[in-house]
Design a protein around this ligand. Structure first.
Ligand SMILES: [Zn+2]
Length: 82
């Protein structure tokens, strides 16, 4: 996680979430994040951005009609071409 993201979280009053991320814990549920549990590259990328554990990523991105993985895989392919 980039320091600028942690600074941003603190600037908007999310100090406890920033502290969880710094400890290697998920900012939503507070569990210790097991990076070996990620099965997709896109999940690791999301972890680098948000610090979310696999369970919370699933809750956030797979509980709506919107499916997250195909969209993110498309974004990754686009970024590789640019
Ligand atoms: Zn979590």
């Amino acid at each position: 996680m980039k320091q600028s993201v942690l600074d941003l979280l603190r600037a908007v009053g999310l100090e406890s979430q920033a502290e969880r991320i710094e400890r290697g814990d998920c900012p939503l549920c507070g569990c210790k994040v097991d990076v070996s549990a990620f099965t997709e590259e896109v999940e690791r990328m999301e972890f680098d951005i948000s610090g979310l554990c696999p369970k919370c990523q699933y809750k956030v991105y797979h509980t709506n009609k919107f499916s997250y993985l195909p969209v993110m895989q498309g974004v990754m392919e686009f970024c590789r071409k640019v």
